[in-house]
Design a protein around this ligand. Structure first.
Ligand SMILES: Cc1ncc(COP(=O)(O)O)c(C=O)c1O
Length: 438
């Protein structure tokens, strides 16, 4: 696909309400309270009141099928999570300076999903804090400072992680200790994505050497969500990870989006690449809506960081968050959600590929489990973010919620709750097909 003249889109601007769009009183109230930091979906924002499973209900009673879901991943208001949180908050909720059984119960259950050497878990409240801490640990463990990311990456909102999030920058350029490489896509690397991505990382390492900067980490979202969703071929990440390690840096897998069973074949996104990261960061679906996140690290690396700085987070890993996290892990197991993500995701991918075969504007469909990207292009084959926004709006009219990603904002991010049924997948596919021609 030729993308030369397409305009690069900033991640928070895609499909967003813009001041000046006509607003109802509730929206005005929200803007008056949050000001310029308010980010709302849709030119006509929706006021939500409740949700269950894969469905959200707006004020007035309209029900929407949620395909934007990346937080209440085991299903909105999952009864097990609701019960666990209610029970724990009625019993004890406190900062993290006492021993509380549920916290260690949770961490042992979480660690059972992770590579054995990542046996220490530092708990935080957001994915941003987790990535911030992971970069600082990587620096202490390697002695380097440089970080390699992908060119439309988003890793969070602290001062440090904003600098490694090219997609969040509205103006200015990356600092000299950050190099952004093209994502592992066929558009950039042709048939050999593994080798092309490795070569990009090696070029960045050579550039760091020329700048006199030692590398600390390769930091990537293991399904490259904001770059446009790149999952295949499985294993493509391994040569790039070898390259960063050979240069003395570490590999941080940002699992904030792909983690917790979404990609179907494995519990973590890095699983499909046959890798053991040096650190794993996680968040969003971890508490199904209760704010919680973490960094899993090797004890020696965490100790190297704590020797100089130490880390304490008042709310990170509090008992209510731990109870929520434990209920999420149990729900994934008991409801068979990883298997469901694999099965329904494969059906949906097939159906979307059928639509792509009939309509040239659907220029790419790819993904893993219930994490699928759909590229939309204009007649000339160029990325078409305007068509993408029209489809997003038309789907909203058909009561399906979805968002966009990618450098040019022309990739629909298909990311429903993991409890999605076959019927719900069919509703989505029909709404998508109809919305293309709306
Ligand atoms: C891949 C990735 N990493 C980190 C973050 C930051 O997480 P949080 O918003 O919880 O700080 C996000 C948020 O969108 C993300 O998508």
């Amino acid at each position: 696909m030729s993308s030369e003249t397409a305009e690069v889109r900033q991640i928070l601007d895609m499909n967003a309400f813009r001041p000046g769009d006509s607003a109802e009183a509730a929206v005005d109230r929200r803007l008056a309270n949050l000001g310029a930091a308010s980010v709302l979906f849709y030119r006509r924002p929706i006021e939500m009141v409740e949700a269950k499973g894969a469905w959200m209900t707006a004020k007035g009673g309209t029900r929407y099928l949620d395909f934007y879901n990346n937080v209440p991943s085991v299903g909105h208001c999952h009864p097990k999570v609701v019960a666990a949180v209610s029970d724990q908050i009625a019993r004890l909720n406190i900062h993290t300076r006492y021993v509380v059984e549920v916290v260690d119960d949770y961490l042992e259950k979480l660690k059972a999903t992770l590579p054995a050497q990542l046996s220490n878990v530092a708990m935080t409240c957001s994915g941003s804090e987790a990535n911030d801490l992971a970069i600082r640990i990587a620096r202490a463990a390697t002695g380097g400072t440089g970080v390699i990311v992908t060119e439309t990456a988003y890793h969070g909102n602290t001062a440090l992680v904003t600098e490694v999030s090219p997609s969040a920058l509205k103006r200015g350029s990356l600092p000299d200790w950050v190099i952004a490489v093209p994502p592992p896509s066929a558009a950039h690397h042709g048939d050999d994505i593994a080798d092309g991505f490795r070569a990009s990382v090696e070029a960045a390492l050579a550039e760091f050497a020329a700048r006199g900067i030692r590398p600390a980490a390769l930091l990537v979202d293991s399904i490259f969500s904001s770059d446009g969703i790149f999952a295949d071929p499985a294993g493509f990440l391994a040569p790039a990870v070898e390259a960063i390690r050979a240069a003395g840096g570490s590999f941080i897998a940002d699992e904030v989006q792909p983690g917790f069973a979404r990609t179907g074949a494995s519990f973590w996104g890095f699983g499909r690449h046959g890798l053991t990261p040096d650190m794993v960061t996680m968040g969003k679906p971890m508490g199904n809506g209760i704010p919680m996140a973490a960094v899993a690290a090797k004890p020696a690396d965490l100790a190297a960081f704590c020797a100089d700085t130490g880390y304490f987070n008042t709310f990170g890993g509090n008992p209510v968050a731990a109870a929520a996290g434990r209920a999420v892990l149990e729900a994934i197991e008991e409801d068979g959600l990883q298997e469901n993500a694999a099965r329904i995701g494969a059906l949906l991918l097939d159906r979307l590929q059928d639509i792509a075969a009939k309509d040239g504007r659907v220029s790419g469909v790819r993904g893993a489990g219930l994490f699928i990207g759909i590229d939309l292009a204009g007649d000339s084959g160029r990325p078409d973010p305007d068509l993408t926004v029209r489809v997003i709006d038309a789907m909203r009219e058909r009561r399906v919620l979805i968002g966009a990603a990618g450098r040019y904002g022309n990739t629909l991010k298909v990311r429903p709750p993991l409890c999605l049924t076959e019927d719900e997948a069919a509703i989505f596919a029909a709404a998508f097909e109809a919305s293309l021609n709306a």
